[in-house]
Design a protein. Structure first.
Length: 82
């Protein structure tokens, strides 16, 4: 029997809207952020694109890799030094 993956915590509309606003601001200002992603290691980088169709946030990491993170998998964002 396969192990079931833990369910992602749910957040209310207010929390998701607040997160979305923070991401839009960081994208416009080209600010580097540390993304705490559900069930993964944190990702540090700058937002290069936010695709509303696929709901993926394209993050350019310091290493130069482009990561496409599902919006709903982003648990919180903060400044990299925090």
């Amino acid at each position: 029997m396969a192990l079931k993956k833990a369910k992602r915590p749910t957040r209310d509309e207010f929390q998701l809207e607040e997160l979305g606003e923070r991401l839009v601001e960081a994208h416009q200002e080209d600010t580097e952020l540390r993304f705490h992603v559900w069930d993964e290691e944190p990702v540090t980088g700058r937002i290069k694109e936010m695709d509303s169709r696929t709901r993926l946030v394209h993050v350019l990491e310091r290493s130069g890799d482009l990561r496409k993170v599902p919006f709903l998998d982003i648990m919180k964002v903060e400044s990299p030094g925090a």
